[in-house]
Design a protein around this ligand. Structure first.
Ligand code: BEZ
Length: 248
C-alpha cells in the first residue's frame, strides 16, 4: 500500500509517542547495533541513535524510507521486506513498533528477526494484539458489505500472547516478558475516525474504488459514533501485544 507520510506524521503522531514506551523497554545503549524494523518516518530510529547506538532503519514502504532519509540524512535507512531481509552483520537488538501486524506470514518475519540477532541479543516489539480495533474493523467491513454486497477478508495479524510466544520459541527466542493490554487511543479532531480509516484501513479495503472507500468510511464513521465517540472525542479501540525475547 502507498503511505501518505504527511498525514501519518501530522495526524497520527501517537504512533511515535506510544512507541517511546517501547523504546524505554529496549533501553538502547551506546555502542550497540540496533535494527529498527518498520522504522516508518524514522523518528524512533533517531531516538535510538541519540542514545549512542548504531541504528539501521528498515521499512518496506518507499514513501516512508524517502521521508525518513529526508528528515534524518545522517542515519542509515534501507528499503526491505520484514519477511525476506538479510543482514551482513548481526545486531544486539531488534526493535519494532506498530509494524508486525502488517507482516505476513509472521513465521517468515520471526525467522528473519532471529537470524538477524547475535546470541543473547534482544527482540523488543509492540504491535496490534488479538481483538485490536475490533469495533472499527467490524464497522468498516460491514459498511463495505452494505455498499458493495461482498465481504473483504480480514488482512491483519493480531495474535494472542500464547500464539506469538509459541512462534518465538519455535525460532529460538526465549520470551522473558509479554503483555496484552487495551490502549484506547485518542484520535485528533472531529474527523479523527475518518482520517484513521483512510490511513489505516487501506489493507482492509484493498481493491475498492475511491468512491466505495469514501462511502464505506462515512457509513462506518456513523456506526462508530455510538461506540467510539465519547465526550466529543474519537477513540480507537487499540489492543497491544508487547514482547521482550532473547535469542538463545
Ligand atoms: C494498529 O496500529 O493497531 C493498526 C494499524 C493498521 C491497521 C489496523 C491496526
Amino acid at each position: 500500500m502507498q503511505w501518505n507520510t504527511s498525514l501519518y506524521d501530522a495526524k497520527h503522531s501517537f504512533v511515535t509517542k506510544y512507541g517511546e514506551d517501547v523504546l524505554a523497554l529496549l533501553a538502547p545503549k551506546a555502542g550497540e547495533r540496533i535494527l529498527d524494523l518498520g522504522c516508518g518516518t524514522g523518528h524512533l530510529t533517531q531516538q535510538i541513535a541519540a542514545a549512542g547506538a548504531t541504528v539501521l532503519g528498515l521499512d518496506s514502504s518507499p514513501e516512508m524510507i524517502e521521508a525518513a532519509r529526508r528528515e534524518y540524512p545522517s542515519l542509515e535507512f534501507v528499503l526491505a521486506d520484514a519477511t525476506t531481509f538479510a543482514v551482513a552483520e548481526k545486531f544486539d537488538a531488534v526493535f519494532s513498533n506498530a509494524t508486525l501486524h502488517w507482516v505476513k506470514p509472521p513465521q517468515a518475519a520471526v525467522k528473519r528477526i532471529a537470524d538477524a540477532l547475535k546470541p543473547a541479543g534482544r527482540f523488543v516489539a509492540e504491535f496490534g494484539g488479538t481483538g485490536n480495533v475490533a469495533a472499527i474493523r467490524k464497522a468498516v467491513r460491514s459498511a463495505f458489505h452494505e455498499i458493495a454486497g461482498e465481504d473483504k477478508p480480514d488482512v491483519y495479524y493480531f495474535p494472542s500472547v500464547g500464539e506469538y510466544a509459541t512462534l518465538l520459541e519455535q525460532h529460538g527466542l526465549e520470551v522473558q516478558a509479554a503483555w496484552l493490554f487495551d490502549r484506547p487511543t485518542l484520535l485528533e479532531g472531529d474527523d479523527g475516525m475518518t482520517n484513521w480509516i483512510k490511513m489505516f484501513s487501506a489493507g482492509m479495503l484493498r481493491g475498492a474504488t475511491t468512491d466505495q472507500i469514501n462511502r464505506a468510511t462515512a457509513i462506518a464513521e456513523r456506526t462508530l459514533r455510538t461506540s467510539n465517540y465519547q465526550d466529543g472525542k474519537w477513540i480507537a479501540d487499540y489492543r497491544r501485544i508487547r514482547i521482550v525475547a532473547i535469542k538463545k
